[in-house]
Design a protein around this ligand. Structure first.
Ligand SMILES: NC(=O)c1ccc[n+]([C@@H]2O[C@H](COP(=O)([O-])OP(=O)(O)OC[C@H]3O[C@@H](n4cnc5c(N)ncnc54)[C@H](OP(=O)(O)O)[C@@H]3O)[C@@H](O)[C@H]2O)c1
Length: 258
């Protein structure tokens, strides 16, 4: 029987690369996002299904899960990847953007996990299921130039870790993926980063897709991608928050300018 994966934010970037990698590994994919043309083009290429949904809308996510579970009572993998940037410090960021980024990046994953839980439990009872939450290194460091984004990712990481603990022994494994800078449409890092040093650490969506497949295969609960230098950033924030705040304050990331 073919395993079924639901991937949110599959119309571009990391989600698209993950859907391609999963399909190549034999998974049947249900692609979720808002841009229908993009999803249909990808679905045609990889033989997937398309579902339109704004993951920040709880009622829409519940209706999405009803539709998908009717066709696929067992869901072997949920990849909660849909997300958006929110650049600007807390001094200037538009407050509607603070609300929206919290709904999409944090609450969207909560709504999806709860709505698809019956399908994940059904798969778990027959061999196992996985939830992948695509978080960010921004979930481990309070990055001032994208303050609301960092806060949404801290919340998402806390949710992901908490869900992992709650599901211990259930047959549903939770994997938190923490990428560093990745060049995608929503996060055009190479244009935003002025520092040549930081630009050297920008990776591609396919690198994150590889890490997701490895995390599932090896049962890794948390993966920082790539480990160096980004894991060190999280460690620095935990052991020396004052020093990190001073360093971040001097950052040349053009937060308020984009
Ligand atoms: N790129 C980076 O540097 C980086 C680093 C760490 C973590 N991440 C995380 O990786 C994830 C994917 O981002 P990406 O870099 O691949 O960016 P991207 O290419 O802009 O992809 C974002 C995806 O999310 C979807 N999306 C956005 N808002 C949505 C909503 N309300 N409902 C449903 N789908 C929505 C978009 O599709 P539609 O517009 O068609 O809905 C798109 O498919 C995000 O969670 C992001 O925070 C990115």
């Amino acid at each position: 029987m073919q395993r079924v994966a639901v991937i949110t934010g599959a119309s571009s970037g990391i989600g698209e690369a993950t859907a391609r990698a999963l399909a190549a590994a034999g998974w049947h994919c249900v692609l979720v996002a808002r841009r229908e043309d993009r999803l249909r083009a990808l679905a045609g290429e990889i033989g997937a299904e398309v579902e339109l949904c704004d993951v920040g809308d709880r009622a829409a996510v519940e209706a999405l899960a009803v539709r998908v579970l009717e066709r696929h009572p067992s869901i072997h993998l949920l990849v909660s990847n849909a997300g958006m940037p929110a650049r600007g410090t807390y001094l200037r960021v538009d407050l509607d953007l603070v609300e929206r980024v919290t709904q999409v990046n944090y609450l969207g994953g909560v709504w999806c996990a709860r709505a698809f839980m019956p399908g994940l439990e059904a798969a778990a009872s027959k061999g196992g299921a996985h939830i992948v939450n695509v978080v960010s290194v921004a979930g481990t460091v309070s990055f001032a130039p994208a303050g609301a984004y960092a806060a949404s990712k801290h919340a998402q990481l806390a949710f992901s870790r908490s869900l992992s603990a709650a599901l211990r022994g259930s047959g549903i494994a939770v994997h938190s993926i923490l990428p560093g800078f990745v060049e995608t449409e929503g996060f055009p890092q190479k244009n935003v980063l002025k520092s040549g040093l930081l630009r050297r650490f920008v990776i591609e969506p396919e690198d994150v897709a590889d890490a997701i497949l490895k995390a599932i295969e090896k049962g890794k609960s948390e993966s920082v991608v790539p480990w160096f230098p980004y894991r060190l950033v999280g460690i620095a924030q935990a052991v020396a928050p004052g020093a990190v705040a001073r360093f971040v304050g001097m950052s040349d990331y053009k937060g308020d300018a984009v």
